[in-house]
Design a protein around this ligand. Structure first.
Ligand SMILES: Cc1cc2nc3c(=O)[nH]c(=O)nc-3n(C[C@H](O)[C@H](O)[C@H](O)COP(=O)(O)OP(=O)(O)OC[C@H]3O[C@@H](n4cnc5c(N)ncnc54)[C@H](O)[C@@H]3O)c2cc1C
Length: 388
């Protein structure tokens, strides 16, 4: 094998972790190629993203900035069923999954980004990794990065025993054009990070840029998330779709069954402050059950796992994207200077794994504590959508 050859890195998954890895590893001189399972538009899956320092750092490297891709908030407010909201000053930048994805994707125009590429199998032989995809396509590299999210095929191939566990609650979500909502509702929500909490439930809402990054009044979107304690036995009923397609970890907008939509609107009417109940009623709701994937291992033979594929954090720390980007940046640091023919920098990779697993465990624990403080998924919490 030649010893002056640039490392070729196969990246599985083309969301935050995959795109961040492509940028960071390219920065070390590696040749990268990204393989993404989705065949069409990916944008409908994501919604609001609270801006965090790791993402800001990556944007700065790309010549962009957090401000350019975010809506700025000035206050936080807590709504109550009765009485006026409680408010305090808390400036914050809020972006959106589709806006950030495009910002990371565009500068990679010349990089191979193959869609419709669902990883099926990985083989490691003589220091080379061969990845095989569902359509029969194969590719080879010197290293593979598994950035394929919570249901990671890469992780299952390297560690068949790992399993995700339902956290006891689901997140109902909405992302509506502000132009489609009543003026009075917008006046309450614009410029503010808005919260409401009740037994077994927490809802939050903030504005994000429009689908093409628009930040001007009238063209932004209203993003909301409502975490609700729901028995695991009800998940199949809630994940049943209008199209008949099977979903297990995410139900996209437009797929919620009308009877579930009606049940959700009635629950909102019963327990939420009127503005939030109105927002739920006017939205094309989508849904994501929350699963925990315990931190375990991130390094395998000529491969590493990053982002949600390596382990998840609860949404309350708003740090899933930041963790994914941080995993990618530090992995690139561990691999910097590596030349394929000379053997992997095993010690640096082991150090990277230790450091990132410690960080992940701390974030996971913080998320679990925040959820418990809001009585989400706890044994004594009120259970919604319970049919028995
Ligand atoms: C309700 C909720 C709110 C959240 N809010 C925030 C927030 O405000 N801020 C924040 O930072 N994070 C938030 N998160 C978390 C955040 O969305 C994730 O942590 C982040 O998207 C992880 O990125 P990733 O690239 O690791 O995984 P993903 O975004 O899941 O991407 C994985 C990619 O791999 C692809 N893939 C899967 N299998 C294969 C395969 N076999 N072959 C090829 N490709 C494959 C998928 O199609 C996908 O594109 C939230 C999560 C939830 C549930």
């Amino acid at each position: 094998m030649r010893t002056d050859e640039a490392a070729r890195v196969v990246i599985v998954g083309g969301s935050f972790a995959g795109l961040a890895a492509a940028h960071e590893l390219r920065g070390t001189g590696a040749e990268v190629a990204v393989y993404e399972r989705s065949g069409g538009r990916m944008a409908t899956r994501g919604a609001g993203i609270v801006m965090q320092p790791e993402v800001e750092a990556l944007l700065a490297k790309l010549g962009s900035s957090a401000r350019e891709v975010s809506v700025e908030l000035t206050e936080r407010q807590w709504l109550h069923r009765r009485g006026r909201p409680t408010r305090y000053e808390a400036p914050q930048l809020m972006s959106a999954w589709d806006v950030l994805h495009r910002t990371l994707r565009v500068p990679l125009d010349e990089v191979c980004y193959r869609m419709d590429s669902a990883l099926r199998h990985v083989r490691v032989e003589d220091g080379k990794v061969t990845a095989e995809f569902a359509d029969g396509y194969t590719t080879q590299g010197h290293f593979l990065v598994g950035a394929d999210g919570i249901g990671s095929t890469t992780r299952r191939l390297f560690d068949p025993s790992s399993r995700s566990r339902y956290a006891g609650y689901v997140s109902w979500r909405g992302l509506e054009p502000e132009s489609a909502l009543p003026g009075e509702l917008l006046e309450l929500l614009a410029g503010r990070f808005t919260f409401f909490g009740a037994d077994g439930l927490q809802m939050l809402c903030y504005l994000v840029p429009g689908p093409n990054g628009e930040r001007t009044e009238g063209s932004r979107r209203v993003n909301w998330v409502c975490h609700m304690t729901v028995p695991e036995t009800e998940l199949p009923r809630l994940l049943a779709s209008r199209s008949g397609k099977a979903y297990s970890t995410f139900l996209p907008p437009g797929e919620l069954l009308p009877q579930i939509e009606a049940e959700l609107a009635a629950t909102a009417e019963q327990v939420m402050p009127a503005p939030f109940a109105q927002l739920v009623r006017l939205s094309k709701v989508f849904m994501q059950p929350i699963f925990d994937l315990a931190p375990h291992r991130m390094v395998a033979d000529h491969a590493a796992l990053i982002g949600d594929a390596a382990g998840t954090v609860r949404p309350h720390t708003a740090s899933g994207a930041a963790k994914a980007v941080g995993d990618a940046a530090s992995l690139a640091t561990a691999l910097r200077g590596w030349v394929p023919g000379r053997g992997l920098p095993h010690e640096r990779l082991a150090g990277w794994e230790r450091e990132r697993l410690t960080h992940l465990a701390a974030l996971s624990q913080a998320g679990v504590s925040l959820a418990a403080r809001s009585s989400l998924g706890t044994p004594t919490a009120r259970r919604y959508f319970a049919s028995t």
